[in-house]
Design a binder for this molecule. Sequence first.
Ligand code: HEC
Ligand code: HEC
Length: 292
Amino acid sequence: MKPYMASFLALLFVLIAGSAVFIMLEITGRTEDHGNKSGWITLHRILGYLYISLFAVMLVFMISKVAGLQEELSARTIFHIVMSLVLVPLILSKILIVRRHPALTSRLPIIGLTILALSFALTGITAGYYLLHKKDLTYTTLSAHDNDVLDLELGKAIMNRKCSKCHSLERVYRAFKSEKGWTGTINKMATMDTPNISTFDIKQVLHYLTTQQKNRQAHTGTNPFKLIGKSLVTRKCTVCHTLDRVFGARKTLSEWTATVNRMIATMDDESFLSKGEKTEIITYLSNKKKKK
Ligand code: HEC
Ligand code: HEC
């Protein structure tokens, strides 16, 4: 669930609880008679059911989210979970009293107010926290301020742990990207896996991957983008014919674009070349000098 969606539900949640309690107080708390009592009671009951349904939905989301967390739970999260769980017996005892123990009806307002207070506090630490930290959830990039905290070993450890959850690490190591490219990819991965990959993690992994790639380039002594293009051509364009076919040809940019498009059509497999890979290959091939 997206954070703003969760915040919206949380606000709705506390609004429903507040209205239900307010109606109940209006009915039971006044000394003078109120006229249309049964109408208000019906409304109170409807709000009660709405509240319980919403609570059930949020509980399921919370549990599935906690189950997917790789981090140790933060104090805020534990507090949140405990408060949500405390709501369960409170709501159940309220229903029980209403249904089966009319003699205890006078206790209901206290239980209702407790439920409202807990809902309010819960909303405070979800919606409130989200609003306060909204800016942290935006696109993370590396800046000069980060140099003090960046650490290659740490970056590697974080990457090994967090980037192998959904696919192999080979998938990560195999990719060649500029810093901008990595920034985009890692932010995308972090969004897919919120809140597992924090802003701190993104920076560390970004730093590690770009440094590691630079070292590799320095080692091989080749222009990084030539290397990317070459490695892509070697891997992708040898599926159906040899490289002689590719390197024997001399073409302009638009001719290479046409050829590569034709090869993609021949391959007829969506995952064969991404848009970025296609651009790398075409750029590499059209800048390459022909062998004498
Ligand atoms: C929640 C699951 C998940 C996590 C965690 C995850 N990835 Fe991915 N990753 C995917 C999926 C799904 C794809 C394929 C979809 C795509 O290409 O956009 C993918 C594709 C990739 C690719 C190839 C596509 C590209 O854009 O080059 C790279 C590289 C990558 N991930 C790197 C990482 C890194 C680095 C991390 C750790 C910061 C990471 N992933 C964590 C799900 C995940
Ligand atoms: C699915 C199989 C397949 C893949 C993958 C493939 N090719 Fe081809 N390629 C062919 C076939 C078949 C021909 C001969 C027919 C033709 O020219 O369309 C060919 C011919 C060529 C030619 C000679 C014809 C011309 O237009 O000059 C070049 C150059 C070429 N391929 C480049 C590439 C490059 C670059 C890639 C990687 C992006 C690639 N091929 C990937 C099947 C493939």
